[in-house]
Design a protein around this ligand. Structure first.
Ligand SMILES: Cc1cc2nc3c(=O)[nH]c(=O)nc-3n(C[C@H](O)[C@H](O)[C@H](O)COP(=O)(O)OP(=O)(O)OC[C@H]3O[C@@H](n4cnc5c(N)ncnc54)[C@H](O)[C@@H]3O)c2cc1C
Length: 288
């Protein structure tokens, strides 16, 4: 199908984008990489009267590293993040996730902000943001505000973004010594959305994990932090008994609905497989 007709506005700055969104109200929708929005228009799932194209706002594409950590701008393309040496060094969790997002053609256009603003519970980047404790920067008619990633994702395709607001990017805390990340997803074919996936970040010292953030995706309406799993491993030697207890704790952590990619029963099983593999990787981890 073809997209319904719409008007097109080019935003030249953040202020201009906010002004255009205010002028057109609920009829307007932001266009970033278009990798989700254009299919939604073509399938007529979305019917905005006006598209506000933010691609001309070059500042929004930056990836910046400073003492505070790493800021990834909303318009940074998936491919730019994937190939960034700074991201590889400072945010190895994000670097590990990037090649799992769709295919190169989609990663060349799709953006960090588009993926987070969409709020797809099966997406990789939201889970990484929650695991790493990122803060989203948002601009709107009342000025700028920050929202922690753990509060940003509010449900299926629902986020803390209010009408008329623009996601500017996310601030990730500086990399802390001793913290180790792991990422794993299970898909039917490489590039598909995950049947189940997880992003983990925690302090590893002499084979013991603490402050572990183990965040699943594609198992609920948003990224899901496995709190029981984290409690089961906190400060304990990562032996078979600890890992068994952590996997058993998932029974209360997760209640995954089935979707196109896997049934609820299969997702539960795969979540356990993922936990076991990732915790075994932590148990055998050597080096920084
Ligand atoms: C075949 C296929 C496979 C895919 N596989 C995966 C996958 O495995 N994992 C995955 O995570 N994604 C996947 N995607 C989605 C892809 O990552 C998209 O790029 C991403 O979800 C949306 O980013 P975008 O820049 O294209 O946003 P757009 O499509 O332009 O916009 C998406 C939505 O976000 C809003 N938006 C965009 N930017 C902002 C902003 N700065 N502030 C506020 N609102 C904004 C738009 O208004 C729109 O509602 C896939 C897409 C396709 C077509």
């Amino acid at each position: 199908m073809k997209a319904p007709s719409f008007s097109y506005e080019r935003a030249e700055s953040v202020a201009n984008a906010i002004e255009l969104l205010a002028r057109h109200g609920p009829d307007a929708q932001i266009l970033a990489g278009g990798q989700s929005l254009m299919p939604m228009l073509n399938f007529r799932v979305a019917r905005p009267a006006v598209l506000v194209d933010i691609n001309p706002i070059a500042d929004l594409a930056a990836i910046r590293v400073d003492k505070k950590g790493v800021f990834i701008g909303a318009l940074a393309r998936h491919a730019d993040i994937e190939h960034s040496g700074e991201v590889a060094e400072q945010l190895p969790l994000v670097a590990a996730a990037m090649p799992q997002i769709a295919h190169p053609a989609i990663r060349n256009r799709g953006t960090f902000g588009g993926s987070c603003a969409l709020g797809d519970p099966a997406a990789e980047l939201p889970a990484c943001c929650v695991a790493l404790g990122a803060e989203f920067r948002i601009a709107g008619p009342k000025g700028e505000r920050s929202v922690p990633a753990a509060k940003f994702f509010a449900g299926v395709y629902t986020t803390a973004l209010e009408p008329g607001e623009l996601l500017l990017g996310a601030q990730f805390p500086a990399r802390q010594p001793g913290y180790v990340s792991r990422f794993l997803e299970l898909t039917r074919r490489h590039g598909d959305y995950a049947m189940v996936g997880a992003a983990a970040h925690g302090r590893l010292d002499k084979g013991r994990l603490s402050d572990l953030k183990f965040v699943y995706f594609a198992v609920g309406d948003r990224p899901i932090m496995a709190m029981g799993l984290a409690r089961a491993v906190e400060g304990k030697p990562l032996d078979a008994a600890t890992i068994d207890a952590a996997v058993a704790a998932l029974k209360d952590d997760l209640d995954p609905p089935g979707d196109l990619h896997a049934s609820s029963v299969l997702k539960r099983h795969l979540a356990g497989v993922i936990a076991r593999r990732m915790l075994n990787e932590y148990a055998t981890h050597k080096g920084a």
